[in-house]
Each structure stands twice: as C-alpha cells, then as structure tokens.
Write a protein that binds this ligand. Structure first.
Ligand code: CP3
Length: 344
C-alpha cells in the first residue's frame, strides 16, 4: 500500500532520508491561538465536545508548522466519561473523576457497546479533519491504554505513583480485572469508530506503564494493548497502530512483537543509540526529544535533535518529543526543532 504520506511510509517500515515529524500535545496552551479558541469554547471539555472548535485547534499547529501528522484533539478520559464516570477539570490542577473502588462502582458503569452516543461529537471532529487536512498530512486518532485509564478511574485523579490502582489490583483482583476488561472493550469500539470516521493511524497512550513491575507489566500494559491492536487490525486491516508504553525502559525492546504494533513511541528516558540497536530492528520507532528543549531552546536543542535524528537514521523513524509539550514552551523553539530535523 504505497502512500505519499511520509508518516504512513515510515509506519510501513520505510527508512526515509528525513524523518517525518509531529509532536505530542501539539495543540495546546503554548500556542496563543489555542488559548483564544479554548476561551471561546469555555472549558477544556466543552472544547473536546465541540466538533468545529476541536477541529480548529487540531489544525492550528498544522497551519503554523506544517507537521506531517495531526492528532485528533480530545482526551483519554472521555472514554471513562462515556462509560458513565463523572469527569471535570480543575484549572491549574488537572482531571477529577468519580472513583471506582469496588464491585458496586463497576456495576454502575455502562456496557462498552453504549459509549457511542456520548462520543459522537469526537467522531464528528474526525470527519471534519479528514476533509480539511492537507493531503500530505496524516490523521492520528488515539485512546488511553487500559492501565493508564484505569489509574485515573480508580484514583479519581492523577497520582505520582498510581498507588490506588496498585492497591485495588492487589486487594480485589476480580474487580480490577473486570474494569480492565471493560476499558479494553470500550477502547476497541472507540478506536474502530474513529477509523470509520477517517482516522488513518491510531495511537495508544500508556502513560503510566512504567509503574508496572515484573509480570504485571506484561499482563496489564502489553497484553491489553495487544488485544486492542489485534481487534482493531482485524476490523480494519492495514491501519497502523502506534503504542506508547511510557517508562518501559529496557522493556521497550520486544514491545513491537508483544503488542503487535507497527511503531513503538519512546520516551526520553531511553538513549536513541540504544533504541536503534534494541528496538528499531523490530519496526518503526517514534521519539524522543526531551520536552524541556521546547522551553530552553538554543544549542542544546539543536545538538540533541541532531543526535536523535542521526542515531535513528538507519531505520524507520518518526521524530517526536518523549512526552507532551508543556504550556511554558516557546513556539519559536518548536520551529527550531522542525528546521533542525528537516534542514539538518
Ligand atoms: O496531543 C494532542 O495534541 C492531542 C490531544 C490530547 C490531549 N490529551 C489534550 C489535552 C491527547 C493525546 C491527550 C492524552 C492524555 N490525556 C494523556 C496521555 C498522554 C500523556 O500526556 O501522558 C493523559 C494522561 C491525559 C489526561 C489529562 N488530560 C491530564 C492529566 C490533563 C491535565 C494536565 C494538563 O496538561 O493540564 C489533561 C488536560 C489536557 N488534555 C490538556 C490538553 C490540551 C490541557 C487542558 C487545557 O487546555 O486546559
């Protein structure tokens, strides 16, 4: 399936002379135009559920920088909300959800097959983007991986160590496993609907994979992502999957095969030269410049960017940050990174 789109070529395993580039959280608060549109929408969730405005903020970084991919503007926590959890965002603090800590909480959730009415505006956003994006730009849909989504559903907020989820896993394994299963089913349905609406690639964010140890890493990070990838590919053969088991460390080696993903996204905790040797032989890799360079800029940014491009130049590579760009980033540093990747 030859394509003119550079991201799709890299995902198919092609080594390109210059890696295509996009950036996690590329639509975000570091951009004045994002802040203006968000103010128009009201709060963050109203922006996520407004197809016109969500499409607008998705397009803003494409217009400003000409990234090779656009990522749907939404959030991983829309799935728990579609399953019936309460969700709100506290300005300056982050997300809050009603918590699930026992069988009663689990029973109150909706079946995975009933998420679509709630998520219909997201599918509408995807449809608008599929029509409006430049023809060379790839549209990426996404969802949170089950473990990461479960950590928020159980704790009701972000936590530094995911202790509430680890505790439920330890003390009430049947409820924990049933919650993981529900999220897995909902994620398959959600990603399939995004693809049907026009997403060309899907990405799974397992932001807290690094807190899973030993056999738990396989059972609760790799295995659910593998199940989702297999089901999505069965329903939609040929759609590439990117998986991001953030914090996996040496366990990034072997992740392509364990998940069945076309691409593994690396965080900045792994050395690019190590990844070239131990991860990239199995397929495309994405990453992995530290986000702080978007704040600090200068010679360090240029040197680190060149180092990553060079280290991964022998195989398929999509340039990205190792995690999302932060609100204090300077938009000029993003341009410097792009120029360094594209012009050397
Ligand atoms: O990358 C993109 O540009 C696409 C949109 C996107 C958002 N969130 C928008 C967003 C994506 C792919 C996500 C994923 C997401 N959301 C993750 C996984 C990736 C990661 O960062 O580890 C997680 C854990 C979440 C949950 C979440 N959403 C948190 C913890 C927060 C608060 C922290 C923060 O940055 O404020 C959010 C809010 C959020 N999601 C914002 C954006 C642009 C900021 C909200 C705002 O505009 O006020």
């Amino acid at each position: 399936m030859a394509s003119d789109k550079l991201i799709l070529r890299a995902l198919a395993g092609e080594t390109l002379p210059t890696p295509p580039i996009w950036m996690m959280r590329q639509a975000g608060r570091y951009l004045p135009e994002y802040k203006a549109t968000r103010a128009k929408a009201g709060d963050f969730l109203s922006l996520c559920y407004n197809p016109e405005l969500a499409a607008e903020v998705t397009l803003q970084p494409i217009r400003r920088y000409g990234f090779d991919a656009a990522i749907l503007f939404a959030d991983i926590l829309l799935v728990p909300q579609a399953l019936g959890a309460d969700l709100w965002f506290v300005t300056g603090e982050g997300p809050r959800l009603s918590t699930i800590t026992d069988a009663r909480g689990l029973e109150a959730l909706k079946p995975a097959s009933e998420i679509h009415d709630h998520l219909a505006p997201v599918y509408e956003t995807v449809g608008i983007l599929a029509k409006q994006l430049p023809k060379e730009t790839t549209l990426i849909g996404f969802a949170g991986a089950p473990w990461t989504v479960a950590t928020y559903m159980i704790a009701g907020q972000g936590t530094p160590d995911q202790a509430p989820a680890h505790l439920l896993k330890q003390e009430n394994r049947p409820v924990f496993d049933a919650l993981m299963e529900r999220i897995t089913e909902a994620t398959i349905a959600y990603l399939s609907a995004q693809i049907e609406a026009g997403a060309e690639v899907v990405k799974l964010f397992d932001s807290w994979a690094g807190s899973l140890q030993g056999a738990d890493f396989e059972r609760y990070s790799l295995a659910p992502m593998q199940a989702i990838t297999a089901a999505v590919k069965k329903a939609h053969p040929g759609v590439p999957v990117i998986a991001f088991p953030r914090g996996a460390g040496e366990r990034f080696a072997g992740a392509h095969a364990a998940i069945g993903a076309d691409c593994i996204a690396l965080d900045d905790g792994v050395d690019a030269a190590w990844a070239a040797q131990h991860v990239q032989p199995a397929g495309c890799v994405q990453g992995n410049l530290a986000s702080r360079h978007m704040v600090t800029g200068g010679d360090d940014l240029v040197r680190e960017t060149r180092g990553i491009v060079d280290a991964l130049s022998g195989g398929p590579h999509i340039f990205n940050l190792g995690h999302g760009i932060t609100p204090d980033a300077d938009p000029a540093n993003v341009q410097l990174m792009i120029d360094t990747v594209r012009k050397g």
